[in-house]
Write a protein that binds this ligand. Structure first.
Ligand code: ZN
Length: 142
């Protein structure tokens, strides 16, 4: 039985929860199980001013746990080794959080249980500290 992941989809001014199939993980990509998703000003403005004409899974500032590494993925974009179970923070780029929600391979936005991601924009982090409900990720840069 194939796995699925739920996502919150913006449909105009409304939001609804939809379930998507999790595809086979392609070489060079990563499947993350999301833990935290920030609401960026861009997300807010995309909703407020309806700047995107298709249904979309917003969110592009996330922290997640590596679920599955695609073939050939051994490091984050800084060259740090990564493995399943590592916690990573995502640096927004590559259309993440802006792709149509109904376009395969799905799950390319941050407000979802799972995120399909390109490791060229993925940092590994050592820990997360919560201060007055603000998240401060400490990024391991070397
Ligand atoms: Zn942003």
């Amino acid at each position: 039985m194939s796995r699925t992941g739920r996502a919150t989809v913006m449909t105009g001014k409304d939001f609804e929860v939809r379930e998507y199939p999790i595809p086979e993980i392609e070489p060079g990509t990563v499947l993350l199980r999301q833990e935290l998703g920030g609401i960026c000003g861009t997300d807010l403005h995309n909703w407020e001013f309806q700047r995107i004409e298709h249904d979309i899974i917003l969110g592009h500032e996330n922290v997640g746990i590596i679920d599955t590494l695609g073939a050939g993925v051994e490091t984050d974009y800084l060259g740090n080794p990564v493995k399943a179970g590592d916690r990573v923070v995502l640096s927004p780029s590559g259309g993440y959080g802006f792709s149509p929600s109904e376009e395969q391979p799905y799950l390319r936005g941050g407000f979802a249980e799972y995120i399909l991601w390109n490791p060229k924009s993925m940092f590994i982090i050592e820990k997360i500290v919560l201060i007055d409900h603000h998240i401060t990720p400490f990024v391991r840069l070397i």
